[in-house]
Design a protein around this ligand. Structure first.
Ligand code: ACM
Length: 511
């Protein structure tokens, strides 16, 4: 059976045999889901033969809920909204024989769907995965596949971490050095910052705005929102290397960082630095349709501001007590700017070394221990739960020697990901858009300091991302054993999608 498991699934007698051309009908407004299904079925459409009907019903509430009836003579997929039909299409896709999922699959005439009655809808409205394309650049064709694979698991957010100390990946009009200089570094670190070594192999790459716009449309066609992150005011060394005047000391030139860790070099707080961020955000909003834009805010040591005359001047002008408080102020400026552009900000939860928190109205992404997320909900905030110990997929999944090196120091097992409860302690689940405090959803993070290639990323992603997807859609911790049983069959699907790089069964057997 499929992953994530549907809320209700009843097997019926018989099968629906897919003809060589499919009779897909769609209610007004449902056509995008029919087009996506036709694409996955790899066969032309016709107007006769057994019907596959995509329809709307006001009786189905919930933006992603759907009902699916597969009978030997017809298929009915019904939802209240297009989002529900798009999730149902992925259910139909998973119910195909696994070999039908591979790029090279011939649309032979023997594909069958089992007859089933499914009633389904998600537990959480935000089910995401972050991919860090800054630490290691990932080729565009991989991003397409990665997004499609996320949709396959009914994830609805792919968060692109586009900028960091080690690389700037989004083309910005009028600021060519960001991608001429900022997108490239002379070498990369291997291992932990305290013990690692640095190679001298140049690394880099970037995406044009046109490329990202097309990617955004591709994701939207699958019901996936691409959320861009421009991390500020820390994690900005690549931009400062490109434009030294954005930092705190233009006389001290910087290179794009070839190390991992937290850089002491951060943006300045002078008008030019703020204007830069506003411009970048404006152009980012012009590329991505997402109502939510991530502005980072994490890991920003403020030492450089303590010695900067411009920062001292800013502290005086604003009537602040300490330079650390500039951090919260900076992010407030950017949240306000995004609000003017009609978008909402999301920030990492440690925002405000000044003991302030993410600016009012911004979503809080709780990445440290889950307690920080719980506390933020109690303070009235909307929170995305992404605590590192259970959702950071850059951590290795076992202690075994043959396991691919991930981020050292932690282990996050498949079971850790599955059993963790994003609503622990009875927190309410809330929908984005409103103001009610609660948990919007959960997200896995694939940081790539220790995942230099797409193979490494896939190794870290699957099957743990399946666990997160199911947990966020329908899971209860008690279903873990059943999940691992279903995973054996799901592996065949992931192999056909060319997404399976796991050695998990070796690891299980080694114990
Ligand atoms: C983070 O891991 N610094 C968000």
């Amino acid at each position: 059976m499929i992953i994530p498991a549907p809320a209700v699934c009843i097997r019926r007698p018989g099968e629906f045999a897919l003809p060589s051309a499919v009779h897909l009908t769609a209610d007004p407004g449902a056509e995008p889901a029919a087009e996506l299904l036709a694409l996955y079925l790899r066969r032309p459409r016709t107007t006769d033969g057994p019907q596959i009907r995509l329809a709307f019903s006001a009786e189905i509430t919930g933006p992603e809920s759907y009902q699916l009836e597969i009978a030997p003579e017809r298929v009915d997929l019904v939802a209240g909204k297009l989002g529900g039909l798009l999730r149902g299409v992925q259910t139909l896709r998973q119910l195909l024989p696994a070999h039908a999922l591979s790029d090279g699959a011939a649309a032979d005439h023997t594909w069958r769907w089992p007859a089933v009655s499914i009633t389904d809808g998600p537990l959480l409205g935000w089910r995401g995965v972050l991919l860090d394309v800054a630490r290691h650049f990932m080729p565009l064709d991989f991003l397409y596949r990665f997004i499609d694979q996320a949709a396959f698991h009914k994830l609805n957010v792919v968060h692109l971490h586009l900028t960091d100390d080690q690389g700037w990946r989004i083309e910005i009009d009028g600021r060519p050095r960001l991608t001429e200089i900022g997108a490239w570094r002379v070498g990369s670190m291997h291992g932990h910052p305290d013990t690692g070594w640095i190679d001298d192999i140049p690394h880099g790459g970037f995406y044009t705005q046109e490329e990202l716009r097309a990617l955004d449309r591709f994701a939207a066609a699958r019901g996936v929102t691409l959320i861009p992150e421009i991390d500020m005011p820390g994690h900005m060394r690549a931009a400062i290397a490109a434009y030294p005047e954005l930092g705190n000391d233009p006389a001290r030139p910087l290179t794009v960082w070839n190390r991992w860790g937290v850089s002491a070099d951060i943006l300045g707080v002078h008008d030019q630095a703020l204007e830069f961020c506003r411009d970048v955000l404006e152009q980012t909003v012009g590329v991505f349709a997402s109502p939510v834009i991530h502005i980072g805010g994490d890991e920003c040591p403020t030492g450089r501001w303590s010695t900067s005359p411009a920062a001292a001047e800013r502290v005086r002008e604003l009537g602040l007590q300490r330079p650390e408080q500039l951090h919260g102020w900076f992010l407030e400026q950017m949240c306000g700017h995004l609000a003017k552009l009609g978008r909402r900000a999301i920030c990492w939860d440690e925002t405000g070394h000044s003991a302030s928190e993410a600016p009012k109205g911004a979503i809080v992404a709780a990445w440290r221990d889950a307690e920080h997320g719980v506390a933020a909900v109690r303070r009235g905030r909307q929170v995305l739960m992404t605590p590192h110990l259970t959702t950071y997929l850059d951590y290795p999944q076992t202690n075994n020697a043959h396991e691919h090196r991930g981020h050292p120091g932690f282990v996050t097992t498949l079971e850790d990901v599955y059993r963790w409860d994003p609503l622990a302690g009875g927190l309410p689940a809330v929908e984005p858009g409103g103001e009610a405090p609660g948990v919007l959803g959960t997200q896995a993070s694939l940081w790539t300091e220790h995942a230099p290639t797409t193979d490494h990323v896939l190794h870290q992603a699957y099957p743990r991302l399946c666990a997160l997807a199911e947990r966020a859609w329908s899971g209860s911790p008690a279903a873990y054993t059943d999940f691992t049983r279903r995973l054996a069959g799901h592996e065949q699907r992931l192999r056909a999608l060319d997404a399976w790089r796991s050695t998990i069964w070796t690891d299980v057997h080694a114990h």
